[in-house]
Design a protein. Structure first.
Length: 131
């Protein structure tokens, strides 16, 4: 938990100086790295005494436990070539990622901003539109 940067509070629709709950995670499958995630949650949605095991769940399950229904997502996709993304990499040689820059909403309120850097070639990303 920390004070959000101006960019973070803007993205979450919060007043400057508000707190965010910030997490970082790496996602693996069969010991192969799939993605790095840099996530910001609206802090006041969480209890003061935070059970960190909550973050082993999907964000949908996290919000369900909090009684918040995430019902809409805005996603931007970007190609990123960087040697500074992630941690514990065997080399800091630049690597290609597909950035999923997502803001999740409950009604008209932003509740979660996730920047997920998917290692190119290790993920299948699909977009589905329904009506």
């Amino acid at each position: 938990r920390r004070t959000g940067t101006l960019a973070e509070t803007f993205k979450l629709g919060l007043p400057a100086g508000r707190r965010v709950l910030y997490t970082e995670r790496a996602v693996y499958s069969d010991d192969e790295l799939l993605s790095y995630g840099y996530d910001r949650y609206v802090d006041h949605l969480f209890p003061q005494d935070l059970d960190e095991s909550l973050f082993t769940l999907s964000f949908m399950d996290i919000f369900a436990r909090l009684g918040v229904r995430a019902d809409r997502t805005h996603v931007e996709y970007h190609a990123v070539h960087s040697g500074t993304i992630g941690w514990d990499r065997p080399s800091q040689k630049p690597q290609l990622y597909v950035l999923l820059d997502r803001v999740h909403y409950a009604g008209d309120r932003a509740i979660f901003h996730a920047q997920t850097y998917c290692v190119e070639g290790r993920n299948h990303i699909y977009t589905t539109t329904t009506r």
